[in-house]
Each structure stands twice: as C-alpha cells, then as structure tokens.
Write a protein that binds this ligand. Structure first.
Ligand code: SAH
Length: 377
C-alpha cells in the first residue's frame, strides 16, 4: 500500500468534545456482505449473469463460510475470478491475534483497506460463543474512561467490514481452531470500538446480514445480537421503529446528570431521563429487557446514594443491570471499585427488585476487555 493512502492520524479530542459525523474517507470496496439478497441478484444480472448465481455465492459465503473461488465447484471455472473480483474484495487483513483463557478468548487486530485499524474479540463459553465487534474505527463519543474514546474517530465501518469480523470468527470455529472443538458464533455484541448508533445505517444492515436466515445471512437469532449505545436518543427511537428484536444496551454509568455529563459526554445533549425514556419505549415495543451498562469506578460512581438513585430509576422497568468493574486504561486516574462497595451496590439494586449481574472481564490480560480496545499496531 502507498503510504499516502494511510489515514491521517486522528487527533485526541478535547475533554467533552463530541464528533457525530465521521470524517469522510475513500469508501471501502463493495462486498457481497454489503448487499441485500435483492441487491446481490441485481449486481450479478447487471454483469450479464443469471440471478441464481447470487444465491450460490450467498450460500458459499454465509452458509459454508467459503470465499475461495477454487471451492465454488457449482460455478463455472471461467466465471469464478470475475465474480470474486467484483464481490469479494479483501476488506481486512489480520495484523495480530492474541489469545488468553486457554485460547477461548481471542482478540484480533485488523488493518482495513485504507490502513485504519479495528479490533474484534471472540469469547467462547461452555454454552455460547460471543463475538464483540467494532462498528467504527475509533469513536467520537469521548468517554474519558474508555481507551477507544480517547483516541478519537477515524471513520465509520461499512456493513461488510462489520460482517467480516463475525465471519472471521465463524471460520475459526468451523475449522476447529478455537479450543473446545468445532462450533458456531451464537452471539454478537456491538461493544467493540465505536458508537454503533452513530453509524446507524451500516450497523442496521449488518444486523440484517447477521440475522437473515442462511443462506441470505448468517442466521443468528436477533435476540442474540446486542447493540450498545451511549444514548443517542433519536437513533434509539429509529431503532424502536425497525421492528428488530435485538437487545439494546445503554451505557449509563451514572444515574444523575451531573456525573454523567462528565463520564458520558453525550449526556450534555440527551439527559439521563431522556435516554431511559427512549430505552423504556424500546423495551415496551420489543418486549425485550434493556441492558443497562454501568462500569463501577472507585469513589466516582459507586457510592451508596448513587446505587439508591439508580435503583429508584430502574425499579419496575424492563431492565437488567450489567455492572462492569472498570478496566483501567493506561494513564487513567480511575480504577475499579472495592469489592465491598461493588457488593453493596449489587445488594441495593436487588433490594429494588432490579435484576443485576457483575460482568466478567474476559480478555483483561490481552487488553481485550471492555473499553480497552485501542488498536495500537
Ligand atoms: N459506544 C458503545 C459501544 C462500545 S463500548 C457504548 O458506549 O455503549 C462497550 C461497553 O464498554 C460500554 O458500556 C462502555 O461504556 C464500556 N466501557 C468502556 N470503557 C470501559 C472501561 N474502561 N471499563 C469498563 N467498561 C468500559
């Protein structure tokens, strides 16, 4: 690659600065996974081939996880190269893969066509495999406790760049490369780099590719896809109208506006009450519990009175709280709560009848845990 194709490094955002519009850069090349089944058919017929070739390619990619034209034995050899060139450009290259937990947690650093870097994490549990994917290179939401937020926003990912992260994990599992035998991806969480609701269109299309039944898509259950957001209220409202039964996660981190303005700067636009209001509308429409994410930060947001205020706000709502002990990022002045404070926080929420779990922090040693994804090559 020519060095002038590399993205100019993003500058670190000033405290509280928000970036909603991603910088425009050369678009990633079009890939089969960017297209709906109808668009795939059109792409194939426009190049003078019968439409059924699109369904064949979808089957190879989404059902068989194969994009090597040599293995498309039902496609005439003379057509394979052209189809491959037109619909399967190389979108990303693995720069590094680091594993921990005996190989069942795997973080991959990807270099995209323009040099932008993103990370994805595969986590295998006894009963499921979760892929944590990035939706943007960097992030414009500038949360001061999050490594990605500190690096700023480089660009939005395309639908296919998101889907390919999941397909890459699916291939590793299908080939038996992840300890535990061959397997499949069962869950996807948009909790890698980026704010998914700031790259709305590409993310929704990616959700469709992931959840359309095979061979149109990967065939995951919508309920097993989680979209996590800082709380972009208009986008949450739009999502409510999509009739997608994905799980919505809201990164709350504080029950009061004063602290949330600092921890999640987008709160200066949409307040705690508005974000939770949009979340309850989503819950009522989809009948799905909203996941409230709360990173416990010692002496910052873990006081008894904040647990009490959170309990009051969530009491009786379709909500589940995920408490995440803060993963300190390099140079951070903050650290995780004391275990006794975390326990007291849990008990207070439970006293309000609010379901709560303390999330495990898989991938900590490989900087693959929540908020640690920073894409340094
Ligand atoms: N932008 C989206 C999704 C990416 S972050 C969002 O904010 O929801 C995924 C989750 O990790 C969010 O809940 C985020 O607040 C949390 N997180 C970020 N940095 C963290 C850290 N250092 N420790 C623990 N959780 C963190």
């Amino acid at each position: 690659m020519d060095t002038q194709d590399l993205p100019t490094p993003t500058t670190r955002p000033a405290p509280g600065q928000l970036l909603f519009e991603a910088p425009r850069r050369g678009k990633p090349p079009r890939h089969l996974a960017d297209l709906s089944p109808a668009e795939r058919k059109r792409a194939v017929t426009e190049s003078g081939l019968p439409g059924f070739r699109a369904a064949q390619l979808s089957k190879h990619y989404f059902a068989r996880l194969v994009d090597d034209p040599a293995q498309w034995t039902d496609v005439p050899a003379a057509l394979r190269e052209d189809l491959h060139k037109a619909l399967f450009p190389r979108l990303m290259t693995a720069v590094r893969e680091i594993t921990c937990d005996g190989g069942t947690t795997r973080k991959t650093l990807w270099r995209l066509h323009d040099g932008a870097l993103v990370e994805s994490v595969l986590m295998r549990y006894p009963d499921r495999v979760t892929m944590c994917v990035s939706s943007q290179a960097g992030c414009g939401m500038n949360c001061p406790f999050c490594a990605t937020g500190q690096a700023g926003l480089t660009r939005n990912l395309s639908t296919a760049e998101i889907v390919e992260q999941v397909v890459a994990g699916a291939r590793e599992l299908a080939r038996g490369e992840v300890p535990g035998g061959t397997g499949r991806v069962s869950n996807v969480v948009f909790m890698g780099m980026g704010e998914p609701m700031a790259n709305y269109k590409a993310v929704i299309e990616a959700v469709r590719r992931l959840t359309d039944p095979a061979p149109d898509g990967l065939g995951l259950s919508q309920r097993h896809v989680t979209v996590s957001t800082v709380g972009l209220v208009p986008a949450i409202e739009k999502l409510t109208a999509e009739q997608l039964n994905v799980t919505l996660a809201v990164s709350l981190h504080a029950p009061d506006d004063e602290l949330r303005d600092e921890l999640v700067p987008v709160n200066t636009r949409w307040k705690v009450g508005e974000v939770l209001g949009a979340a309850w509308d989503y819950a009522h429409t989809t009948k799905r519990r909203v996941s409230v994410e709360y990173a416990l930060i010692r002496d910052i947001n873990d006081q008894a009175w904040r647990a009490d205020l959170l309990g009051k706000r969530l009491k009786g709502k379709l909500a589940h709280v995920n408490l995440i002990p803060l993963n300190p990022t390099p140079g951070s002045k903050w650290t995780a709560s004391r275990p006794e404070d975390a326990d007291a926080f849990v008990r207070t929420l439970e006293a309000y009848g609010v379901p709560v779990t303390v999330r495990d922090t898989r991938g900590r040693e490989i900087d693959g845990a929540c908020g640690q994804l920073a894409a340094t090559a």
